[in-house]
Design a protein around this ligand. Structure first.
Ligand code: PGA
Length: 241
């Protein structure tokens, strides 16, 4: 499955989200018909609105995070069943900002992947090495460890390779670097699951998307996705099916 997802992070107001949806739909339905999937992950408070606004368009709406417990005394957390109530289609899990700013561990991330998958929500598992890990030749070892989150999962899972040093820096990984890790992810993931897609994320723009569309199954887009026009062009570039 080819899929291109927008990660708005902690950006956009209610108004901004609606404007984005309107402009993106206009581009999507006026232009070439896409045969791949596209989606966006707004901040929690806007998921319901975006689901309503995008109803019937086929555009996925997802969450940027979740907690694995179904309910209970977890102040400030949101469970997958609560997100399911809003009709989400996917959930981003283990984004590098969650791992590095909020201290999420591989163990916690694995529980989240299982909670989402067993509730029928598509998990988008993010993996990626830091610059230090890359420099010390540990990239594949780190990725392999992060992929253990897939163990025991059955449904389709999206894995996004997002090198930490490429996120939000304007310096994407090179095609060779991406290919090496994406091929590795494909090989290792087979051990755990049959059905998966591998995306790239990290300073994607239209040019990067065009360049890597033959080696990835789509992209996870941060900064460039905030602009519907730029995101649309990236979706087109990945839509090679
Ligand atoms: P970026 O973010 O495109 O701004 O680098 C990607 C991501 O964090 O998913």
């Amino acid at each position: 499955m080819i899929i291109t997802l927008a990660n708005f992070k902690m950006n956009k107001t209610l108004y901004d989200n609606k404007v984005w949806a309107e402009k993106f739909c206009e581009l999507l339905f006026k232009g070439r018909k896409l045969s791949s999937k596209v989606g966006c992950a707004p901040s929690f408070p806007y998921i319901k609105t975006m689901k309503d606004v995008l109803i019937g368009t086929g555009i996925y709406v997802g969450a940027q995070n979740m907690y694995f417990e179904p309910k209970g005394a977890f102040t400030g957390e949101v469970s997958i069943s609560q997100l399911k109530d809003l009709g989400i289609d996917f959930v981003i899990i283990g984004h590098s900002e969650r791992r590095h700013i909020f201290g999420e561990t591989d163990e916690l991330i694995k529980k989240k992947v299982h909670s989402a998958a067993s509730n029928g929500i598509l998990p988008v598992l993010c993996v990626g090495e830091t610059l230090e890990q890359r420099k010390s030749g540990k990239t594949l070892e780190i990725i392999e460890k992060q992929l253990e989150a897939l163990e025991g999962a059955k449904n389709h899972i999206v894995i996004a390779y997002e090198p930490v040093w490429a996120i939000g820096t304007g310096i994407p990984a090179t095609k060779e670097q991406i290919k090496e890790v994406v091929d590795f992810i494909r090989e290792k993931s087979k051990k755990y699951i049959k059905d998966f897609s591998v995306l790239y994320g990290g300073s994607i723009d239209e040019k990067v998307a065009e360049e890597i569309s033959d080696i990835c199954d789509g992209g996870l887009v941060g900064s460039a996705s905030l602009d519907p026009q730029k995101f649309y062009k990236i979706c087109l570039a990945f839509d090679t099916v």
